[in-house]
Write a protein that binds this ligand. Structure first.
Ligand code: RB5
Length: 151
């Protein structure tokens, strides 16, 4: 299950991504926004990152104007590794090294065609594990310590 969310600045890309994921036969849940009215990106980042953090969805995709605001919010959720990608290499590394469970894109940065390409790269790339798992484990340890008020 992949969950999607955007603000008005990411709506067009989100719609293109949703169509591409559906064409791949993937199970997609779109949390909005669903029209061009100005909305606040934290509300949609919360829905998508919350679903991934709780384990209700395996993966998520967030789109705002730049991808920056969505990244800031999503990475506050425990267990979320949200990666902003602007090119093919970043989309590949987001999975290969960071095992990002949320891909973040900028609707005012990418064309719809390129955004779909980056999504496909991220989905089709395998996490390498090994030394990268040690680093991800350190992120989890930091989260645990911060939540326990030990830092
Ligand atoms: C909304 O205008 C814009 O600030 C938002 O889409 C995003 O780029 C924030 O990071």
């Amino acid at each position: 299950m992949i969950v999607l969310g955007s603000d008005h600045g990411g709506l067009e890309l989100k719609e293109a991504i949703q169509a591409a994921l559906a064409a791949r036969g993937l199970d997609v849940n779109d949390y909005g926004t669903d029209n061009g009215d100005s909305v606040d990106y934290p509300d949609f980042a919360e829905k998508v990152a919350g679903a991934v953090s709780r384990g209700d969805a395996e993966l998520g995709i967030l789109v705002c104007g730049t991808g920056i605001g969505m990244s800031i919010v999503a990475n506050k959720f425990p267990g979320v590794r949200a990666a902003l990608a602007t090119d093919e290499f970043m989309a590949q590394m987001a999975k290969e090294h960071n095992n990002a469970n949320i891909l973040v894109l900028g609707g005012r940065v990418l064309t719809a065609e390129k955004a779909v390409k980056l999504v496909n790269i991220w989905l089709d790339t395998h996490y390498e594990g090994g030394r990268h798992q040690r680093r991800l484990d350190k992120i989890t340890q930091l989260e645990t310590a911060l939540r326990a008020g030990k830092m």
